[in-house]
Design a binder for this molecule. Structure first.
Ligand SMILES: C[S@@+](CC[C@H](N)C(=O)[O-])C[C@H]1O[C@@H](n2cnc3c(N)ncnc32)[C@H](O)[C@@H]1O
Length: 451
């Protein structure tokens, strides 16, 4: 389903784009974040490109669609390289990124192996991310969306950067996510249990499949407290008019009644007649119409911009890869369902353990993942091949093997993908024995090593 909201500028004489929007969204805005070392957007776009080389191809025999790609390497050059790829540039329907948060930490996986460093700080961090966002915008399709996951320290400056690159009218939501269980904080401040996701779209015509949360005992459908005589169906009553006067059909009298002052009917009188004939209009004793909304036709509660149910690994049964900062898989599944359609291309250039890629694979989307960490690529490959594992150590034997293998997920790969290596990868080329180990992860697929 496509949203069809009008652009903010529709019908108005276009103003001249300000100097500040140069090279980005050609939008007019009159503020920006100033700091030392800002590179003009055109120079960001024109910087050096990577030349990734394909090192591995994995295909499930029954599938011929060979698109999804995993890149090992520094994402800046790879994004520029993708800007030259006609299969990718302007074709990415959804971007989700969960970059480092400038925490100053060196992060290791659960097996104590080094994963990545999160040491770029201050203005350098803002500029680092701004460069990637400028390039990501180029790669997005006109109906594309981008979700940028950040913590409370960096979400606010990056909101200003996103306004600059995409234009303030492309801002859709500032989503607050509950990231963990409540904390018994010893600091003299409130427990820090939230992080934030900035949701922007490239234009006002974007893919949108509204997500719903199910009714629960905690949120029963209280509003549906009327029961229809004869059918027993539960329903709620809502106004049949909406704010704003209209001169067309919806501003005309219906059944001898004009809409209340300052309002218009939600439907033309002919449609209201049809609804009334089907019994979908409730008439109050003093003759005022209300629309009936039936519980059995409700998809649940339309999702709002506070997400409480997508905490990262929070109990021993949650399946994890062991990669640090691994995000909640159902959260990525929600984002992918809401902002892309089957067959669409999804991109995550800070892929980590591959949560976005797995969610995309499950939902029948094509994907591109990029990460400069060898540990991230290894984790993603293992996850595609074998799935993830329950977090609790209690399922592991002394030799590190699962005691209850039945609890393990099976592999996630359903189609095929190619692995590329580019400049900036550490080590620059995975050693041959490493490539062979990766191939062995997919015994039932046909895998080719390119040397
Ligand atoms: C917060 S983690 C992403 C975690 C991921 N969302 C998940 O669910 O596992 C950030 C990732 O970005 C990667 N990264 C950081 N800087 C990068 C760069 N310049 N190019 C490519 N990857 C980078 C790190 O190696 C790390 O895996």
């Amino acid at each position: 389903m496509k949203a069809t909201k009008k652009t903010a500028s529709a019908g108005r004489k276009p103003r001249r784009a300000s100097r500040l929007s140069e090279g980005t969204a050609n939008v007019v805005f009159d503020y920006r974040l100033e700091y030392e070392g800002r590179t003009p957007a055109h120079a960001v776009l024109a910087g050096p490109k990577a030349s990734p080389e394909r090192v591995l191809s994995v295909a499930l025999s029954s599938q011929v669609d060979r698109f999804s790609r995993l890149y090992l390497g520094e994402n800046l050059g790879i994004l520029r390289h993708l800007c030259d790829d006609p299969c990718v540039c302007g074709k990415v329907s959804l971007v989700y990124i969960d970059p480092p948060f400038a925490t100053g930490s060196r992060l290791s996986a659960r097996d104590a192996e080094h994963a990545y460093d999160d040491v770029v700080a201050g203005a350098k961090f803002i500029e680092f991310l701004r460069h990637r966002i400028i390039l990501l915008r180029e790669l997005m399709s006109p109906t594309g969306s981008i979700y940028v996951h950040l913590d409370g320290k960096k979400a606010f400056p990056m909101k200003v950067i996103m306004d600059e690159v995409f234009g303030p009218t492309s801002f859709r939501n500032f989503i607050t996510r509950k990231k963990s269980n409540n904390k018994n904080y010893t600091h003299r401040q409130y427990g820090n249990i939230s992080d934030y996701i900035l949701f922007y779209t490239k234009t006002s015509e974007y893919t949108w499949n509204r997500p719903y949360d199910p009714w629960t005992d905690a949120h029963p459908p209280k509003e549906y407290h009327y029961v229809e005589e004869g059918t027993g169906r539960r329903y709620m009553k809502v106004p049949v008019h909406a704010p704003g006067e209209r001169s067309g059909e919806t501003g005309k009298p219906w059944r001898g009644k004009l809409p209340p002052p300052g309002k218009h009917w939600q439907y033309p009188p002919a449609v209201l007649d049809e609804m009334d004939a089907k019994g979908e209009i409730y008439w109050s004793p003093n003759g005022n119409p209300r629309r009936k909304i039936y519980l059995d036709e409700s998809n649940g509660i339309p999702a709002q911009d506070i997400w409480l149910q997508f905490r990262d690994a929070h109990n021993q049964n949650v399946h994890v890869t062991g990669y640090p900062t691994e995000k909640n898989l159902p959260m990525l599944e929600r984002i992918i369902q809401a902002s892309s359609n089957e067959g669409d291309l999804v991109l995550d250039c800070f892929a980590g353990s591959g949560t976005t890629l797995v969610a995309a694979e499950r939902a029948g989307r094509r994907w591109i993942g990029v990460d400069s960490s060898m540990k991230a690529i290894e984790t993603t490959l293992r996850r595609l091949a074998q799935g993830s594992e329950p977090m609790g150590d209690y399922v592991r034997g002394k030799n590190g093997r699962a005691r209850q293998p039945a609890l393990f997920h099976t592999g996630e790969l359903q189609r095929s993908f190619d692995l590329y290596v580019a400049e900036g990868a550490v080590p620059p080329t995975p050693p041959a024995q490493c490539l062979r180990r990766w191939v062995d992860l997919f015994p039932s697929a046909s895998a080719t090593i390119f040397s």
